[in-house]
Design a binder for this molecule. Structure first.
Ligand SMILES: [Zn+2]
Length: 256
């Protein structure tokens, strides 16, 4: 219970590229830590307005960004995420976004919310999507800058994030047998989120316009329960892990 109360003063920032990234990558840990009283902040860099509109179409292409924002808000309500920030960058063009502009926005969020822990895509963007690669790069840049008082002193007091996590190199169906993954490179955390599998499924389904890819990747494949029940992360930096994989994202942290 002591740990629970300490986590009540903790914050996780999820730094994602598109609406639905949060449901794919961090839905289970969002539910788990919301239940422990951790404050959850989501930054989504684009509205995914160049994505699919559904089949049959759920909206016009012109309205897709607005509809996807609504879907994102439904999903995050299901996950217990407290604050959402939409950065307003262009979908599929994040890799050529102005670094100064996105750095300023992310520094502002990091200094405002002072997260202990940040989760973003790994430097390969999990699936090599250029927007995922870009948000990984921009997030690392902003975390370092947010801790340095020489960067943008008008954007708040410097804050040092204690742990940065990236998406793991494994796909969800490879995460079922934790004991077989001891020593697997990049699998530093596997969190059992079985208890919240239904919330994760509901959040994925809230992204109705994206049902073709979500069904193909999640609901049309076997072993759905296993795939919804585990989430894995790689430690970019943070306190040394005595064994891996760990199951608590806050293990060993001094700032909670
Ligand atoms: Zn994405």
């Amino acid at each position: 219970m002591v740990i629970l109360s300490m986590k009540k003063n903790s914050t996780i920032l999820f730094s994602m590229a598109h609406p639905d990234d949060e449901s794919f990558m961090v839905a289970g840990v969002a539910c788990k830590y919301a239940a422990q009283g951790v404050r959850l902040v989501l930054s989504t860099a684009t509205l995914g307005e160049e994505g699919k509109v559904g089949e049959p179409p759920i909206c016009s292409r012109k309205n897709l960004g607005t509809v996807r924002e609504r879907e994102l808000r439904q999903a995050t309500d299901l996950l217990g995420i407290h604050f959402i920030h939409l950065l307003g960058f262009k979908d599929r063009k994040l890799s050529v976004a102005d670094p100064k502009k996105i750095r300023k926005q992310l520094i502002h969020l990091i200094r405002l919310y002072q997260p202990n822990l940040v989760i973003t895509f790994d430097p390969n963007g999990f699936n090599l999507h250029p927007d995922h690669i870009a948000i990984s790069r921009f997030t690392s840049d902003a975390i370092a800058a947010a801790a340095d008082p020489n960067w943008l002193p008008n954007e708040g007091n410097p804050h040092q994030v204690e742990r940065l996590l990236w998406t793991s190199p494994l796909i969800p169906e490879e995460l079922g047998h934790h004991e077989k993954l001891v020593g697997h490179p990049g699998v530093d955390f596997i969190v059992d989120v079985k208890h919240w599998a239904k919330n994760k499924a509901a959040a994925l389904k809230a992204h109705r316009t994206q049902h073709l890819s979500i069904d193909r990747i999640w609901f049309d494949l076997p072993n759905l329960e296993i795939r919804l029940s585990n989430e894995s992360f790689r430690q970019a930096w943070g306190p040394l892990l005595k064994r891996r994989p760990q199951n608590d994202l806050f293990v060993g942290m001094n700032s909670i």
